[in-house]
Design a protein around this ligand. Sequence first.
Ligand code: C2G
Length: 726
Amino acid sequence: MISIIVTHKQNLSYLHDCLESIAEQKYKDIETILVLDHTEDDLTDIKEEFGESTNLKVYELTDKTGVAAGRNLGLEKAQGDFVMFLDNDDYMIGESLQAMMDEFEEETDFVYPQYKRTYFKREAVLSGLASPYEGEEKELAKVDFNDPVNYNIERYDSIEMPSVLGTIYRKKLFTDNDIKFYEDQPYYADVEVVADIYSVADFMKGAEGALYMQRLHNDKVNNPSLSQYPKDETMPYYFMAYDHLMEVVTNERVRRHYQLILSYYIAQWLPRKHRLSREDKWRGEYYEKLKELALDIDKEIIKRSDMDRISKKFMYIFIKGNEAKIQRAIDRTRFKRKISDMRHDARLRNKNLSLHFFSKLPFKKNWVVFESFMGRSYSGNPKYIYQYMQKHYGNKYKYIWLLNDTRTKIDGKCKKVKRFGMWDFYYRNRSKYWVINMRQPLVIPKRNKTVILSTWHGTPLKRLVFDMDDNYSATPEYKNIVYKQTREWNYLLADNAYSVDKFKNCFQLDDDILFLSGYPANDPMYAQDRDEKAAEIKKKLNIDPDKKVILYAPTWRDNDWIGEGQYGFDLAMDLDRLQKEFSDEYVILMRLHYFIVKGLDLSKYKDFVIDVSQYSDITDLYLVSDMLITDYSSAYFDYGNLKRPILFYMYDLELYKNNLRGFYIDIENDMPGPVFETNDELVNNIKHIDEVKEQYKEKFDKFYDEFCSVDDGNASKRVVEKVFEK
Ligand code: C2G
């Protein structure tokens, strides 16, 4: 029997995936030992769902805590001849147990699986939707699966990576040799045990049909994984682990590999940390210890490694141990790295210009920079705040628009600046106010007195940032960057009380920066001249005045990724059919999301379909249209202000809901218009739009009250009066 040992402290949804992967194994001679480490989770449902199928036995740590203690308790309780450790956030794919058991012969000590890493939940991986962990395939191509040392140890370039996870061991390997997990080692527990195991095991084999998925945590802020803890904190344990390795590892190949890893570590971190660390451990205690360890490293190891020239040079000096030379090398290495980075990166050059020059120039209390959709257009909340300021404050302020294309037409007198060009850095440094509707670039540091007015660009329907499950886009880098950016905001506008609530959680913000103002971009929908304005826009777009207008504004999909901020889009709308049915009565405005870079060829539908994807401001398009068709775009919350019918053509609802994003709102019950998935229903709903409107009246009114009722045409005024000095 195999005793599968799982420890659990938090993340019930992870544990669910993990146990499901055990339950689905055809190999049934197992027991699952779940050790609870003072968890606050309620496991009733888990026990019910997996009790039988995994032969679940639950134990609790009482006077101890930590993964090591949990696994040791599991080892004590294990009744099988074989043991396997599975982390509660990881899972198996395929018939892993069977595949590994098939490889065991009499003398085999352990059988290991293939390891892959992922940010995604099991369902996303199984359905083939989740993109693979970047670089994994390249990494795997370099190692030999059938060579255990190469695959399980030499494959990794940090000491914490080799692990016991997913491997099936003969239990006597642990009991006969008195191998236990080190309970005083909270961060690098596996490293030391792996070394112990390798020093006693003689026969090991890989099972290519077994696959263990290590889930990388995607929320560094609330739920960091080992490598994401601050180095300052984990260093003593790093040293403890390294000392242990040097003590027990006799295999020369493995020793040299660990020394190489240490060299990478020193070359990468020391020049950086030596200067920055406040407590100066990187100048004192840590520095001394690293120097001592480095004395044993053979120059040849560094010479033959794939380190870059700058790192190699640094390490040659470091391992020799001459104090004065090392100090000089640290400064020189840092400088050389900076120069080399700057040579390749114009933004970094400008960043340095900012740091050393622009940030020292006097601060201008009446300068305001505006940026909409990351410089893509003159639109959204920033545009309407700007227009209000122009009208009511005139010359009192200097207005600067940051644009990808400085030929963009902007009303009134303002300075147009190329986004990320040198002048962007200059103006952001000197201006007191930044008015944005997405996220500001961190490469341009905010000065202490800068006020960031984040207006955002929509009421959230799809889950955002910290509310996103482990699926597409929710990588730790993303969460970490957003966390940093949102710390810099001084105000965040919300269009309704619901958004206040959601933003607080998804951005992890305190109450005090949230401002329930309504959206400035929705002001024109309440303006007295809105119909005249609509007629003008209709003319500008060459729309036949006798035709009614359908605006189709779908959102983007995380899995259509092409490049950074760039996505593809497959049209699921049967335009031939719509043309046949409706071209006498309607015109369709085709408005793809600003992330979509691949345009559609609509030439065939001339006069019936007008491509307005490049049109700057969607508010104009709302004004001229008689109905909106969308899918999961927050556009419908804004459009709701016009009280015109909205259709939700959600042709990929299941996929979007379960694997791409998930929603905050109950799609089946609470949408203010029909939700459907086929072209038939689309045609039918358009045909009977008056009845549809009538049918949804009650739901629509409820929706309007909850999401649109703060907007009244005066949001710009409220915002400007609150944020800007009179
Ligand atoms: N938008 C647009 N054209 C589309 C879709 C959206 O111009 N075809 C604009 C609208 O102003 C909309 C905003 O972009 O309100 C946000 O669009 P979403 O489709 O909701 O997508 P996203 O950019 O991911 O923002 O809290 C809101 C979320 O962040 C969603």
